[in-house]
Design a protein around this ligand. Structure first.
Ligand SMILES: *[C@@H]1O[C@H](CO)[C@@H](O)[C@H](O)[C@H]1NC(C)=O
Ligand SMILES: *[C@@H]1O[C@H](CO)[C@@H](O)[C@H](O)[C@H]1NC(C)=O
Ligand SMILES: *[C@@H]1O[C@H](CO)[C@@H](O)[C@H](O)[C@H]1NC(C)=O
Ligand SMILES: *[C@@H]1O[C@H](CO)[C@@H](O)[C@H](O)[C@H]1NC(C)=O
Length: 394
């Protein structure tokens, strides 16, 4: 009976110590300073250095330029000095990418005027898209359009091919309205035309560089209150050293009669450590959220690469003579259905072999480089030796 009491009291002591240890781990995980978990809306919002939530975390928790705010709609916002307010979708501390978007749903519009001067961020990887404003007749069921930059009479088309933009501007009634650097996400691999400009904007930062630190399970933070130097705090090692010490003390305290129980408890401690380690890595790791919206899914399924130049060159190309007879089946319009402008004598025309649809050579060449199918019947010319599907997008 005495023995049992002895064992129970030690057991209780051990459990209390363990509980204390487990509880103290999460708070020690945010650098040497105790930066409180912020709240936005009803949910706790885990913000780590170099970001900080203003009004909720002290200055020392964040680096200049990385202030986040919880707005009146309970959304986390990032304010860029020259480009205004964006909503924050996700922060990847490992890759140092913050994923933001326009509150009103037109990130493409925000990209047109994006100016990152005075902020610690840059866009990467990037592609220069030229925006064309075209009459709707020209785009309907032919081009993917940027819906939030279009209205009932004019559609906005975005292309990464400057020559196609020039061609359209020269030949059709489209007008170049600007160009923008699009941060190309992993879903935006395609060349040419895109309707995907309205996706989230991926901003990266180089300084402070905490990539190695975070990857190794550490946490970046200021070394002291002068906020001059940033260092990596090895939270996992500190934690396990502390835990090991406690383990030794507890084991000694339990002495011989409790060895059996100690063994059992060590087993559980190990399990708990694993859960602590998981907790830490889960909190430091970037949630691998690539928001798969319906828009994204469509983009992926329509990701058919264009044709190679040699394939395109193998299709018949003719110079229109005085008779203006097209080398197709003869039932074509007198207009090129890509740029909607009429054929003229001496225009270079190229026809797709299978369907015999003909277009201005300049127009169809550019089109096939981007899309790989006939703009009229959507048939993919065969054999398409270079036709590949992007299947590595997961
Ligand atoms: C992007 O392309 C446009 C042409 O459409 C060009 O005028 C502009 O200078 C390019 N931007 C950069 C930064 O190269
Ligand atoms: C549509 O947008 C164009 C410019 O892109 C503008 O000139 C035109 O007035 C707009 N039309 C309507 C109906 O809003
Ligand atoms: C567009 O027109 C200009 C001048 O008319 C010309 O210099 C340029 O080469 C043309 N570009 C294309 C792609 O046809
Ligand atoms: C704070 O850190 C900086 C840089 O590491 C150092 O120069 C400075 O002496 C430190 N100040 C205090 C009060 O420890």
């Amino acid at each position: 009976m005495e023995d049992l009491n002895y064992i129970f009291s030690h057991l209780l002591f051990l459990i209390l110590i363990l509980l204390h240890l487990l509880h103290s781990h999460p708070s020690s995980a945010s650098s040497s300073y105790n930066c409180p978990t912020s709240l936005c809306g009803a949910t706790p919002y885990s913000v780590h250095f170099p970001f900080r939530m203003i009004d909720q975390q002290p200055d020392i928790c964040g680096y200049p330029g990385f202030d986040l705010e919880c707005n009146s709609q309970n959304s986390v916002t990032l304010n860029l000095p020259n480009s205004g307010e964006f909503l924050v979708r996700n922060i990847d501390y490992r890759s140092q990418i913050v994923q933001v978007y326009d509150p009103s749903g037109c990130s493409a519009d925000r990209l047109l005027s994006l100016d990152l001067l005075g902020s610690p961020f840059s866009v990467s990887p990037i592609r220069n898209y030229t925006l064309l404003s075209c009459p709707v007749e020209l785009t309907t069921s032919r081009f993917p359009i940027v819906t939030c930059l279009s209205n009932s009479t004019y559609s906005t088309v975005a292309t990464s091919s400057v020559s196609f933009a020039m061609l359209m501007a020269n030949r059709s009634s489209c007008q170049i309205i600007g160009s923008l650097w699009s941060p190309v996400s992993r879903y935006q691999g395609q060349e040419g035309l895109t309707s995907n400009l309205n996706m989230d904007i991926f901003l990266t930062w180089d300084s402070p560089n905490c990539q190695d630190c975070v990857t190794q399970g550490g946490a970046c933070g200021y070394t002291n209150t002068t906020m001059e130097e940033v260092a990596c705090f090895d939270i996992t090692k500190k934690g396990s050293k502390k835990a090991m010490m406690a383990l030794i003390i507890v084991s000694i305290g339990l002495a011989l009669p409790a060895i059996g129980i100690s063994i059992v408890m060590i087993y559980y401690i190990c399990i708990d450590y694993r859960s602590v380690a998981t907790w830490i890595s889960r909190n430091n790791a970037a949630p691998a959220t690539a928001m798969v919206t319906p828009e994204t899914t469509t983009a992926i399924s329509s990701l058919v690469a264009g044709l190679e130049q040699s394939t395109i060159e193998s299709y018949t190309k003719v110079v229109l003579g005085e008779s203006m007879r097209l080398p197709g089946y003869g039932d074509e319009d007198a207009t090129c259905s890509i740029c909607l402008s009429e054929y003229d004598v001496k225009d270079m025309v190229r026809c797709i072999p299978e369907c015999r649809h003909c277009f201005h050579a300049d127009c169809i060449d550019e089109w096939l480089r981007m899309k790989g199918n006939c703009p009229v019947c959507r048939n993919s010319p065969s054999p398409p030796p270079s036709l590949t599907y992007y299947n590595n997008l997961t």
